[in-house]
Design a protein around this ligand. Structure first.
Ligand SMILES: Nc1ncnc2c1ncn2[C@@H]1O[C@H](COP(=O)(O)OP(=O)(O)O)[C@@H](O)[C@H]1O
Ligand SMILES: O=P(O)(O)O[C@H]1O[C@H](CO)[C@@H](O[C@H]2O[C@H](CO)[C@@H](O)[C@H](O)[C@H]2O)[C@H](O)[C@H]1O
Length: 455
């Protein structure tokens, strides 16, 4: 790291100021205490790939204080005006003194060079570039950076491919590479299959997934946009929700085929309930509005633990892990639903995200999403969400077991998801905190999770 140290020292003041303003930076609201270089690689002259460990000052509950981030920095003497929104700054000293440093992915020329690098398998310093042998990646596709509010950053190439660059990275294969690859091998076509990816191979740790290139579903719209569109004209969404439930169940079936499954018995159900309870406690510490509901919400987790004590077991398998309407894309041409973004909840440690879970975790995520859409689309108080949720479960039940037949499990997962959302909104979109809080209110009142009644 000796050569990276002076480079990072010269960039540190700029990055310390710039990082907390990025949507994908997990440690918002906390001053950065220091940056440590992990690796620096010149991808091409004027494009620097950096892995940096960020030390943040306070102890936020759901992520480690020493997160490692991936940065792609463009370096030029003078930044052309069209790139000025991407400016990070001009180092005052060190090897980059007087040069202009900017967000590299925003520069189509540099983004194009990155695609070129991905087309050819091989190594560059600690970086390894890989490709599915039968994937044909055309050259010279015009890139554009997605402007979406994202946990990571993505560039679309000629409406043909999308490259997702993971921002907060760590040792081990990211499930957003692992699961889509495993699904592709089963022949499941509900998830775009990775065509190429790159990793960092650093001494003494597992390879870190840094980016994945996959087919871009051109002309698709995500479920969140579609649901809000339907709500804006007071249209029913049950046909779409039913088809989505069917698609999710197909993906679950393929995941269970492709990757190990397990059975949760008493200790494991108790451990799952304990983990949910911990998350509730930690979130209540961080978000005072949650505190009055603590004991009522714990009932749902106690009920989950009681299943194990009654001698019951539940199946667990790899799941999506952060399923919501925004992770489902429907193509206009054939109305087919696909699922994306298998990374799991960004705040959870990788080991936890890769652990088999009851499929109820994903189902609860999607059910919560209908509730969100109804709240944001001003349909709270109507039966829009309830009907959509019921239709989703019906569609799911055409392939897999009906999730409504296990109301205790579903309620625990929906409660856990709503608690996660409380922390997510408090941290990222405080104006939206009331959305999960109204679900918390409902769930704490003892209503069943789906709003559709168990048989
Ligand atoms: N294969 C794809 N085809 C079309 N659009 C996609 C595809 N993958 C992702 N997107 C778009 O990019 C956005 C961000 O992708 P996602 O994987 O959810 O990233 P993040 O983890 O940063 O949220 C999605 O909301 C979707 O609009
Ligand atoms: O960025 P990711 O897609 O990984 O997911 C995070 O951000 C989501 C918001 O963009 C957040 O989802 C929550 O808000 C959605 C509406 O914007 C709603 O449909 C979801 O049901 C709700 O959970 C997600 O939780 C978070 O991990």
């Amino acid at each position: 790291m000796s050569e990276a140290a002076p480079l990072l020292a010269s960039l540190a003041p700029l990055l310390t100021e710039w990082l907390p303003r990025q949507r994908w930076f997990a440690g918002k609201g906390r001053p950065i205490d220091g940056l440590t270089p992990v690796a620096a690689t010149e991808l091409t002259p004027g494009l620097l790939h950096l892995l940096v460990q960020v030390r943040a000052r306070t102890h936020q509950p759901t992520h480690t204080p020493n997160d490692c981030y991936q940065l792609l920095l463009g370096i030029q003497d003078v930044l052309p005006p069209h790139l000025s929104p991407a400016l990070i700054g001009r180092p005052a000293d060190g090897p980059l003194r007087g040069r202009t440093v900017y967000e590299g992915l925003a520069d189509p020329r540099l983004a194009a060079l990155l695609l070129e690098r991905l087309r050819v398998p091989g190594r560059l310093g600690p970086l390894r570039f890989s490709r599915e042998p039968d994937a044909e990646i055309q050259p010279d596709l015009t890139p554009r950076l997605l402007g979406a509010e994202q946990s990571n950053s993505s560039a679309v190439y000629g409406e043909t491919y999308i490259l997702k660059l993971f921002r907060r990275v760590g040792p081990g294969t990211n499930p957003d590479l692992e699961l889509p690859r495993a699904l592709a091998k089963t022949g499941c076509t509900r998830v775009p299959a990775p065509a190429a990816w790159f990793e960092a191979e650093l001494p003494g740790t597992l390879p870190m997934t840094l980016g994945v290139l996959q087919p871009f579903l051109a002309g698709s719209a995500d479920g969140w946009q579609l649901a809000l569109g339907a709500l804006s004209v007071q249209a029913d969404f049950t046909a779409s929700a039913r088809a989505l439930g069917h698609a999710v169940a197909e993906v679950h079936r393929a995941l269970a085929e492709a990757l190990p499954t397990t059975v949760l018995d008493r200790p494991q159900l108790e451990r799952l309930a304990a983990a949910m309870t911990r998350r509730l406690e930690v979130t209540a510490e961080a978000v005072p509005a949650l505190r009055p509901y603590r004991s009522a919400l714990r009932d749902a987790y106690d009920e989950l633990a009681a299943l194990g004590r009654d001698g019951q077991t539940r199946r667990a398998q790899r799941v999506h892990g952060d399923l919501h309407l925004g992770q489902a894309l429907r193509t206009a041409s054939d109305g087919r639903w696909s699922l994306i973004d298998f990374e799991g909840e960004p705040a959870r440690p990788l080991s936890e995200r890769c652990r088999p879970q009851p499929v109820a975790q994903d189902i609860a995520g999607m059910l919560r999403s209908f509730d969100y859409a109804a709240a944001v689309g001003r349909a709270a108080g109507t039966d829009w969400a309830e009907r959509s949720r019921a239709a989703f479960c019906e569609g799911y039940a055409t392939v897999h077991e009906d999730p409504r037949e296990d109301p205790g499990l579903l309620r625990a997962h929906e409660t856990d998801k709503a608690v996660y959302e409380v922390l997510y909104e408090a941290r990222h979109r405080p104006d939206w905190l009331s959305v999960p809080m109204s679900a918390i209110h409902r769930l704490a009142g003892g209503h069943r999770a789906t709003g559709v009644h168990a048989p």
